[in-house]
Design a protein around this ligand. Sequence first.
Ligand SMILES: C[S@@+](CC[C@H](N)C(=O)[O-])C[C@H]1O[C@@H](n2cnc3c(N)ncnc32)[C@H](O)[C@@H]1O
Length: 361
Amino acid sequence: MHWTGSEKGGPDMHDLLQALKAAAEPTRLRILAVLGHNELTVNELCAVLSQSQPRVSRHLKLLCDANLLVRHTEGTRAFFRLSPTATGLPGVGRQLVDAVAELIDDTDPVIERDFGRLAAVRADRAAAAAAYFASIASDWDVIRDLHVADAVVETAMIDAIDGRIGRLLDIGTGTARVLEVFADRIDEGIGIDLSREMLNLARTRLTDKGLRHCLVRQGNACDLDITPASVDVTVLHHLLHFLDDPAAVVSSAARTLRSGGTALIVDFGPHDVEAMRTDFAHRRLGFGDEEITRWCEHAGLDVTSILRFPKDTATSNQSLTVTMWVATRRSDPTPLRQPGRPLRNNDRVTTTTSAPIEAAS
Ligand SMILES: C[S@@+](CC[C@H](N)C(=O)[O-])C[C@H]1O[C@@H](n2cnc3c(N)ncnc32)[C@H](O)[C@@H]1O
C-alpha cells in the first residue's frame, strides 16, 4: 500500500512510518532516551551506550534521516539533540519522541545503566570545568578582558536598562564584576556561582568596593534557589557557552524574573575557534540569534534587541563577536508547548552592530 500526504495538512504517512521504524530498534530507542536529557557528541554517546563509534554513527544517521534528531556542528564537533520541530514532519518528530520517551521504563536495567554512564559523562565534564575555573580564578579578570570587549559591553548592558533596578541576579557571577558594574543602579544584587575559588574573589571584590547591598553565594545555574518572579534584571554574562543544557538555564533564569523584568544574555556569536574548547573549557562555540530567540520564547521571554560587539581575540587570528540579547519577561509567561517559530529578519528585533572595539587598556 502506498501512503499519501495527509489531507489535514499533517505529516506524510510515509514519513511517519519512517520515523516509527527508525525509533523501533533497541539502540536507537536508548539514544532517544538519553538525548531526551542531554545533547551529546558521538564520543559521549559511545561512552553512554558502550558501543563503537561506527555503530553509533550509523544509528545517529538513521535517526537524523527520520527527522527524530538534529545534528549541530560546531568547529570539529557534532552535537546531537532531539529534533525541536522536524522538517518534513511538522512537530511530529518531537511529538513522537516525547510520546516514546514517556513509555520508556526508567527502571529497565539497560536504560538504568545508560543513565548511570550519562551521569558519569556529565560528572567528568563538570569536574573538568570546575578544575578549570579553580585554576584560572585569580587570572579571570585578565582572561575576561581578552575574550570580552569589557568596557563597551558593560556600558551597553547598563544602557539596556531604564531607571533604577530593585533586585539584580547575576548567574555565573565569577568574580562579581557584573554586580560591581551595576552597583550604583541597584537596591540589591545577588551573584550565584558554582566555583568556590571564584566566589572567594567575588567576596573580596564586594568587600573592597564596599558594596554591602550585593552578596554572592554558591549555587547551580541549573537548579536556582531563587524565589520565582522576584527579580527585576537577570544577567547571564558569558555563562551559557560552558553549559550542557543552556536552554534549560535560560528557562530557569526567566522564572526568576517578574513580569516585564529583563534578561541580559551576553555571549559569543557562532564561531569556529576550537582553542576556546581546548584552552578555555568552552562547551559551545557561540550561539546564533535564532537559537537564543527560540529558547527565550520557550521560556516566556521576548527578545527586544540584539547588539553585537566584534573583537579580535588574543588567542587566535580569527575574530569573535560578543552578542548581547536583551529579552523581556512576558506578562503571561506561559511557556510555549513547542519551541517558537524561527526568528525572521527584522522581526521584533533591532540589530545594532558596533564599531570594532579597541582592547581595553
Ligand atoms: C566565564 S565565567 C563568567 C563570570 C562572569 N559572568 C563574568 O563575566 O565575569 C563563568 C562562570 O560561570 C560559573 N559557572 C559555570 N557553570 C556554572 C553553573 N552550572 N552554575 C553556576 N555557575 C557556573 C563558573 O564557575 C564561572 O565563574
